[in-house]
Design a protein around this ligand. Structure first.
Ligand SMILES: Cc1ncc(C[n+]2csc(CCOP(=O)(O)OP(=O)(O)O)c2C)c(N)n1
Ligand code: SF4
Ligand SMILES: [Mg+2]
Length: 284
């Protein structure tokens, strides 16, 4: 399959220079490559939230569900539990999954549900034109913080490590080769996989210069060690300090998954021989 086989005639309204173009290109090539290797593209479902990031599903000729702001993971969880044979990939924003949808993100990691979440982390509300988000740096000046934000940013990979995610990585939209590698690994990983993508929003939070100067790719990092992962993740706290920013796979582990456990203990929801009353009997 050719990556352009996954293109649509949808109108692309992203600003010229937006980092979302790299995410789109990377996911198209990875899914085209995995088609047939992993399973057919017909068994892949994309789920998005609401924001500039979410428009990606309009541009992908793949089954998709355009959900509502903050609720990408409840929809993805339901799809995976109803049909565990599907590969479910979520596209979410930093506002989407770290503000309104934060509890869903923590619980998806805690449950280790076998879905992938790609976070378009532009560290701003892009679609609503420039308000600060949980990953905006201290002092960020935007529409809702004209005098600068007073809050310290969250460190999403650290939150994911503490919550139980079993694949955690960070990419940057100026490094498409690494993005492809991380997307491929995350999709093939069995369990909750989280890829934080430093996605530059050229219109409201243009961090190209800082990221080009400070990002580096991890070498000789032991991703099987929780302690090593914690150390490298904590080496940059999304603040404005001039420290190097590591990119790559931080952590990968094998652990019990919700979809596995659920399938073992509940009748298959897709089996038409199971009547609703039979299913409900499990809860009495
Ligand atoms: C339930 C609900 N709450 C709030 C909004 C308003 N809203 C739409 S997009 C958005 C912010 C998007 O920011 P982010 O998730 O970071 O995505 P980006 O646009 O930066 O890709 C908000 C607050 C909404 N549409 N629905
Ligand atoms: S507002 Fe920002 S995130 Fe949205 S399309 Fe434009 S550059 Fe991209
Ligand atoms: Mg955003």
């Amino acid at each position: 399959m050719n990556p352009m086989d996954l293109a649509t005639y949808g109108k692309n309204t992203w600003c010229p220079g937006c980092g979302n173009f790299s995410i789109l290109s990377a996911i198209r090539s990875v899914l085209a490559e995995l088609d047939g290797q992993m399973q057919s593209i017909e068994n892949v479902v994309l789920v998005s939230g609401i924001g500039c990031h979410a428009k990606i599903v309009d541009l992908m000729n793949v089954n998709s569900f355009y959900s509502i702001h903050g609720r990408v993971l409840p929809v993805a969880t339901a799809i995976k539990l109803a049909n565990p044979d599907l590969t479910v990939i979520c596209f979410s924003g930093d506002g989407d999954s770290l503000a309104e949808g934060l509890d869903h993100l923590v619980f998806a990691a805690k449950r280790n549900i076998d879905v992938t979440l790609i976070l378009h982390d532009n560290r701003v509300y892009g679609l609503t034109t420039g308000q600060f988000t949980p990953t905006s740096p201290l002092g960020f000046k935007g529409k809702s913080t004209p005098n600068g934000s007073f809050e310290h940013p969250l460190n999403p990979p650290e939150l994911m490590l503490a919550s139980g995610a079993t694949y955690i990585a960070r990419g940057y939209t100026h490094g498409i080769g690494l993005l492809q590698k991380l997307f491929r690994e995350a999709i093939l990983h069995k369990g909750f996989s989280f890829v934080d993508v430093l996605q530059v929003c050229v219109s409201y939070n243009n961090l190209y210069e800082a990221y080009n100067k400070r990002t580096y790719e991890l070498k000789d990092h032991d991703a099987s060690s929780y302690e090593e992962a914690q150390k490298v993740i904590r080496s940059w706290n999304y603040d404005g300090s001039d420290v190097p920013i590591p990119l790559g796979k931080f952590y990968e582990a094998d652990a019990r998954r919700l979809d596995q456990a659920y399938r073992g203990s509940m009748p298959n929801a897709l089996d038409r021989d199971n009547s609703i009353s039979e299913l409900l009997e499990n809860f009495i």
